[in-house]
Write a protein that binds this ligand. Sequence first.
Ligand code: AP5
Ligand code: MG
Length: 218
Amino acid sequence: MDHLTSRGILMRMIFIGPPGAGKGTQAARLIDHYKIPHISTGDMFRAAVKEGTPMGREADRYMKAGQLVPDEVTIGLVRERFAQADTKVGFMLDGFPRTLPQAEALAEALTQDGVKLDVVLLLEVPDELIVERIVGRRTDPETGTIYHMTFNPPPAELADRLTHRKDDTEEAVRQRLDAYHNMTAPIVPYYESAGLLKRVNGVGAPDEVTAAIRAALG
Ligand code: AP5
Ligand code: MG
């Protein structure tokens, strides 16, 4: 039995896209509309790193180097998150799945729960635009708001508290792009053949991208 959100919309969706494509920026805008939890495995790993848990220490080694955290760790993390009741009203997965085994594990978990994905949204941004987006990113640790020093400058009074991700170096982002093309891109045809994939151009002002996503979601 499906549960509807407070707006009467049920949405189970996945955001795929290269590092810096704007997944986090757009997810923050969309969850206001859909009233569903935003599940970012990157954010969950960063929280575990900050807490200094054993899983966080393990994930940190991979993240700093721009490599993917091993599937068994990541799948376990998402399984635990899906055990929480708020996911029953839908979800917006950001950065998961990123490998074929992760996509297969998700399919198995959803089948067990008797639910289906509504859409997989691929945010497309060419590699040559990614490095600038990543290196200029800053995050407000208190609100989670994502800024960019050029494209979305933070208010001056926040400047002192903003953080720069450890993996937002040019060197790490090149590794992250390699991981995306080698490990994550293969899940695109997987979802395309299931008829779930929608491609959205992630180039343009954030408001234009939001409008394109809303149009694609219908
Ligand atoms: P994760 O946190 O998921 O990072 P990512 O996929 O590399 O994506 P980002 O968060 O860097 O980018 P984004 O698309 O969210 O862009 P944003 O909106 O911030 O993963 C980090 C690491 O964790 C991985 O490398 C891996 O080690 C590990 N991990 C996570 N999930 C995993 C998994 N499933 N399996 C294994 N390992 C996993 O925007 C970026 C910047 O661009 C910002 O400054 C923003 O202001 C700016 N911007 C946004 N939109 C626009 C626009 N339209 N125009 C101009 N600038 C824009
Ligand atoms: Mg993100």
